[in-house]
Design a protein. Structure first.
Lengths: 145, 494
């Protein structure tokens, strides 16, 4: 089990808050849509901090402007991947940004075993560090029962 | 020279270049009908002329002394395209609320245009050696302050700009849609490397994104720089594994020589640090060198503005911090301390908005109430992340987000480390307050008015936040700012 506050992965905008309700998620979606951003849903069972490319649950929904429709997609993703991490990302295509402007987790496995810190002693007192998820020692799809 | 004699300009070249002393106006440094070119650098000075010196002559003198003039006529001007190289003072305006009938002696804003050929490409040192070189000690003016500059796109394109910028920094850190959270390790002097790293680990694990060396932590008897780097990186990696998040510590590489700084930066890179830091006192050239190093080495470059208040705080002399913001964006830093509004250090909300806009926007319009005298196109130079540090705490979260927005690093040093339940709890309190406030803002709540209530709601399930609010909820620093706008009444945050 992770020993940090909340015993959980703290990536994303709202990981220190109680899990968001569907109503709260809808309001965050409405905020993003109001800014003209497009929403994408991504899932993974490899939550390494440098794992940038979670699997896309379809392309970002450029043409879907209805929070209820997007929430349906989120719930479809949750139903398909109930034990995965799922995050909602809002993409801004404006010149000078062209990058995600929001990203928050909306689903996570019940048990989060966390990460091992590997240390390799090298020259002098220098240590090479690597972070490894305990879950990813198992194959994809079998990591979080 | 085509000016009529009544203007005081001498048209006859023989007379103009005869040996002797002329007024600066007569030498051609005052040109009220000059229209600045798109490629001109424009500087706006606030001048307090000596008694008996009229405003136009003072403006002409500043133009002269910051470009080609010396105290007497020299015939060698005639070997050059001197009319091009002369800076041109083209507008003078009395500063509101100065002069007769006020408590402040008369001050004037002077607009001066400089041809692009006066400046070496990509060199802040060269730009500043002209604009703030000799002229600030010039006897004909009692006091002089550089208020603002318009940098032409053509000139900006010769600068690298921020090594990383807000967009890429956020992508590397995988953190979007909220201010980043940091803290400076305290006490800032005296901790051993081992003890220092403990503070870093606790705060990062508790929920902060960054920890930071203070400006005067370099390599002192109590803690050598290599020890600090090694222990801090142990702390950063431990915290990253404990949370699954990218974490960082600004390793201050400021040192006595450029070679030492590069050695320290390279060690930081070899240890896998995502960010290093330097102090403004290392100088403009060293800053540009480190910015190029940072771009080349995938490093975020944090700048602490140590020393700036020696010349930016008083209104009548020195230079406005917004000019430093412009130069530092050109020089290429990724972070710069730019004020908190509500904390312990100088900062009027309207002025700070001007600094933040200058650092973060791709285009800034004229906004006199924010001290921005010129429209500025930033020519795709990346955005700089402002840092708010000094006497801020979780209880001000609604005000901080209201005044500073979300692209900012909020640094709660004392507000993390001084928490009654410990450093991790202090960090958690700050992170919970931040996330709760962003959630509320995005939901469309009037979070500025309802801020205390939003925090109290979160404190109901988060005891570290409750303890933070109980300890600091009432603390505020209400002093009048010295650096305020000239054009509208200012409001100071409660």
């Amino acid at each position: 089990m992770m020993t940090n506050t909340g015993n959980r992965l703290t990536q994303g905008q709202f990981s220190f808050l109680p899990p968001l309700t569907d109503d709260q998620i809808s309001k965050q979606i409405a905020y993003a849509l109001d800014k003209g951003w497009s929403i994408g849903i991504e899932y993974t069972d490899d939550p390494h901090p440098r794992n940038t490319y979670w699997e896309m649950f379809g392309n970002p929904m450029f043409d879907l402007k209805d929070p209820a429709g997007i929430l349906m997609e989120i719930n479809a993703c949750r139903k398909t991947f109930p034990h995965h991490y799922i995050r909602v990302t809002a993409f801004d295509a404006t010149r000078g940004w062209e990058t995600p402007r929001m990203s928050y987790i909306v689903n996570r496995p019940e048990k989060e075993p966390g990460f091992r810190l590997n240390r390799q002693e090298v020259d002098g007192r220098t240590i090479r560090y690597s972070v490894e998820s305990y879950a990813t020692t198992r194959p994809e799809g079998e990591r979080y029962p | 020279m085509t000016k009529p004699v009544e203007d005081g300009v001498i048209t006859d070249a023989r007379k103009r270049y005869a040996a002797g002393v002329l007024k600066y106006k007569q030498m051609g440094y005052w040109q009220p009908d000059y229209t600045p070119k798109d490629t001109d650098v424009i500087a706006l000075f606030r001048v307090t002329p000596q008694e008996g010196v009229d405003a136009e002559e003072a403006a002409a003198a500043i133009a002269g002394e910051s470009s080609t003039a010396t105290w007497t006529v020299v015939w060698t001007d005639r070997l050059t395209a001197c009319e091009l190289y002369r800076a041109k003072a083209y507008q003078v305006q009395q500063v509101p609320n100065t002069g007769e009938g006020t408590r402040t002696e008369a001050q004037f804003f002077c607009w001066i245009a400089y041809d692009l050929d006066l400046f070496e490409e990509g060199s802040i040192a060269n730009l500043t050696a002209s604009i703030i070189g000799n002229v600030f000690g010039f006897k004909a003016v009692k006091a002089l302050r550089l208020e603002d500059m318009r940098l032409p796109v053509a000139y900006l394109k010769t600068f690298q700009g921020p090594a990383t910028g807000i967009v890429v920094e956020r992508e590397r850190l995988d953190k979007f849609g909220r201010p980043l959270l940091g803290a400076t390790t305290k006490p800032k002097l005296g901790l051993s490397g081992r003890n220092y790293g403990r503070v870093v680990y606790e705060a990062l694990k508790g929920g902060l994104d960054f920890m930071k060396d203070d400006e005067n932590i370099n390599s002192q008897p109590f803690m050598g720089w290599r020890d600090r780097f090694l222990y801090c990186m142990e702390a950063v990696n431990r915290a990253s594994a404990a949370t699954g998040e990218v974490k960082g510590h600004y390793l201050n590489v400021t040192a006595g020589t450029m070679e030492d700084m590069v050695e320290r930066a390279e060690f930081a890179r070899s240890l896998g640090s995502v960010i290093i830091m330097i102090d403004l006192v290392v100088g403009y050239t060293a800053i540009q060198s480190m910015a190029k190093w940072a771009r080349k080495n995938d490093m975020i470059l944090h700048l602490h503005r140590a020393g700036n208040s020696t010349y930016s705080r008083q209104k009548n002399h020195g230079m406005n911090f917004r000019v430093i913001c412009k130069w530092m964006r050109m020089a290429g830093v990724d972070h710069i301390h730019a004020g908190t509004v509500v904390g312990k250090l100088e900062g009027d909300p309207l002025m700070i908005k001007g600094f933040y806009d200058t650092l973060r926007d791709t285009h800034t319009p004229v906004a006199l109430e924010n001290g921005l005298f010129f429209e500025q196109d930033w020519a795709s130079l990346r955005r700089v992340m402002p840092v708010a540090s000094g006497g801020i705490h979780a209880g001000q979260m609604h005000q901080l987000i209201h005044y500073l927005g979300e692209d900012v690093v909020l640094q709660f040093g004392g507000g993390t480390i001084g928490h009654p339940q410990g450093i991790q709890a202090g960090a958690t309190a700050n992170r919970v307050a931040l996330e709760a406030m962003i959630l509320a803002r995005n939901e469309g709540r009037d979070y500025l008015a309802e801020g205390p209530q939003i925090l109290a709601e979160a404190a109901r399930w988060c005891s570290p936040l409750k303890a933070a609010l109980d300890t600091w909820g009432e603390i505020s620093f209400n002093y009048a700012s010295t650096d305020t706008a000239d054009f509208v009444p200012t409001a100071t945050a409660a």
